[in-house]
Design a protein around this ligand. Sequence first.
Ligand SMILES: CC(C)(COP(=O)(O)OP(=O)(O)OC[C@H]1O[C@@H](n2cnc3c(N)ncnc32)[C@H](O)[C@@H]1OP(=O)(O)O)[C@@H](O)C(=O)NCCC(=O)NCCS
Length: 180
Amino acid sequence: MSETVVRPAKLSDLPPITGIYNHYIVHTPITFDLEPVTAESRIGWFREHSEGARNRLFVAERAGAIVGYAGTGRFRDRRAYDTTVETTIYCAPGSTGLGIGVELYEALFAALAGEDINRIVAGITLPNDASVALHRRFGFTPVGTFTANGRKFGRYWDVLWMERPLALPARGRRSRAKKV
Ligand SMILES: CC(C)(COP(=O)(O)OP(=O)(O)OC[C@H]1O[C@@H](n2cnc3c(N)ncnc32)[C@H](O)[C@@H]1OP(=O)(O)O)[C@@H](O)C(=O)NCCC(=O)NCCS
């Protein structure tokens, strides 16, 4: 099996990043975007998630292909929210359950260590056992669930919000188990 390389994203990664995201737009309620997007239309999103100390974007590459990405962006616009960031993470279909999510979050949170961030939050459309497990592994705890928070595919979906502080208390995070 080829090795996974996790590295900061470059603008040239935006087309494959967008391809992964479009899969989840079209086929799942995981994102509440309803229509596929173009890489061009995502340049602002890319810059917002990759430029600055609090906002970082990483990609996972295997055998030269982008198989996942994870990053942080602003939670809400108002300035007092500066110290809260919201995560995003997507693995390519066919590349889930292989430990890539763990590798991406390890790189992301290592890069954020020491930045002026107080809370990291994640919104998860339910059900999504893999995402809940990943966030728990990285020290996120549930805050609450917005019910019927979005409508997609002709029905309403609940969204679980989870949060963690930037720095976890000692033993707050398990080390990565070796995947076979
Ligand atoms: C959610 C996602 C990023 C997790 O990344 P991943 O590479 O698949 O997960 P990993 O293999 O690194 O495993 C991380 C944890 O999830 C668990 N997990 C993985 N797939 C699972 C599944 N299908 N059901 C339940 N748990 C699962 C693993 O056991 C592991 O938990 P552990 O630490 O308790 O052992 C990935 O599955 C994905 O991209 N899913 C589709 C998009 C998505 O849901 N994005 C998140 C939106 S909030």
